[in-house]
Design a protein around this ligand. Structure first.
Ligand code: ISJ
Length: 97
């Protein structure tokens, strides 16, 4: 007998909620690291962004996305979205904000 679709939906949503929670925790840890990078850069007069590093990261993330059947365009968009926020934080740290 097939499972009640409302039960299936409930179970799938439970997994989605767990994954969303894990993503929030991982993002929080990532921003904790990038905050330290922002302070280091501000203290040593380094530029907020590093386009060559970002290019390497995008290449790697696109490859990983392909290997795991995730749209590489989406992976790149996600990365650029996150990095834009990181750069904003770094620029603020450099301005003493
Ligand atoms: C965190 C850094 O600063 C910026 C943010 C990056 C990121 O969020 O991964 C990567 C490169 C930089 O443009 C860094 O230089 O490593």
């Amino acid at each position: 007998m097939t499972e009640d679709p409302t039960v299936t939906l409930h179970n799938l949503r439970s997994s989605i909620d767990n994954i969303d929670a894990a993503l929030i925790f991982m993002l929080a840890e990532r921003f904790r690291c990038t905050k330290q990078v922002g302070i280091l850069k501000a203290e040593h007069g380094m530029p907020a962004s590093d386009p060559s590093r970002e290019e390497q990261q995008i290449g790697r993330l696109r490859r990983l996305a392909e290997e795991s059947s995730l749209d590489p365009e989406f992976a790149e968009k996600w990365f650029n979205f996150v990095v834009a926020e990181v750069i904003r934080h770094h620029a603020a740290a450099a301005d003493g904000r």
